[in-house]
Ligand binder design. Structure first.
Ligand code: DX5
Ligand code: ZN
Length: 232
């Protein structure tokens, strides 16, 4: 799997979202959209109307990360609106298989997110239902937090599980991903990298994305898991 970069607009200027999306179009693979509801996480951001508006102003596929209660009720709507990927949290979903299938049926990729303290092993049998597994590398809710190295062993185990089962699931990391931490993530098995403040706090957003990609690609080429990976 090639390295993919997903800048998070959580650290962008919310009054200029179309421009902020444009600043990374051509260099980013996805635009990561953090949906927060003040219940699942102690922060409130944007919802479906803003996602629908953004879809009209960017050619980048939207990677919607739903940090909300009742994702089973709301997630399919994001897929129907045209999001390229919709990720729900394992901790919040009561019927993840049904919801992941509804996301796929609506034409989007389906993602499942795990908080730092949520183990990956109980979710092994669901891997075939997923297009992407997101391992949070901070507690969700805010941009600009410090990267949690304690998630790296889980990331290695997730990569092993995916390789052993031969699934093509992408492994995404989100939270504190920067030029200082991205190589550790790639080395441990991540292939999709969300970066909020590391991109949108930079004067040159496109340059920041390109630098992060170069670091991740170099670390992936050195990583032992990339020789064995069968997910293509
Ligand atoms: C945090 C969000 C992240 C956030 C990451 O709960 O899910 O996507 O934007 O921001 P940084 O990269 O600044 O940690
Ligand atoms: Zn996110």
């Amino acid at each position: 799997m090639a390295v993919q970069l997903a800048p998070s607009i959580l650290s962008a200027d919310f009054a200029r979202l179309a421009d902020e999306a444009e600043a990374v179009s051509g260099v980013a693979d996805w635009l990561h959209v953090d949906v927060m509801d003040y219940h699942f996480v102690p922060n409130l951001t944007i919802g479906l109307p803003v996602v629908e508006a953004l879809l009209k102003h960017t050619g980048l596929p939207l990677d919607c990360h739903l940090m909300i209660d009742e994702p089973d009720r709301w997630a399919p709507g994001y897929a129907e609106a045209g999001a390229g990927n919709v990720t729900i949290h394992a901790e919040a979903s009561r019927s993840p298989v049904r919801t992941l299938r509804m996301i796929r049926a609506a034409g989007a990729r389906a993602g499942l997110a795990l908080n730092p303290g949520t183990p990956v092993e109980p979710w092994e049998d669901l891997l075939p239902e997923l297009d992407m597994l997101l391992l949070m590398t901070v507690e969700p809710g805010f941009g600009g937090q410090s990267f949690l190295d304690l998630v790296l062993p889980k990331l290695r185990r997730a990569r092993e599980l995916a390789s052993r089962r031969g699934t093509a699931v992408w492994l995404q990391v989100d939270g504190g991903v920067s030029a200082e931490t991205i190589e550790r993530c790639a080395d441990a098995g991540a292939d999709v990298f969300v970066a909020g403040s590391a991109v949108y706090d930079a004067d040159d957003r496109a340059g920041a994305v390109q630098s992060l990609r170069a670091l991740a690609e170099q670390a992936t080429a050195r990583a032992s898991w990339s020789d064995q990976d069968t997910s293509g």
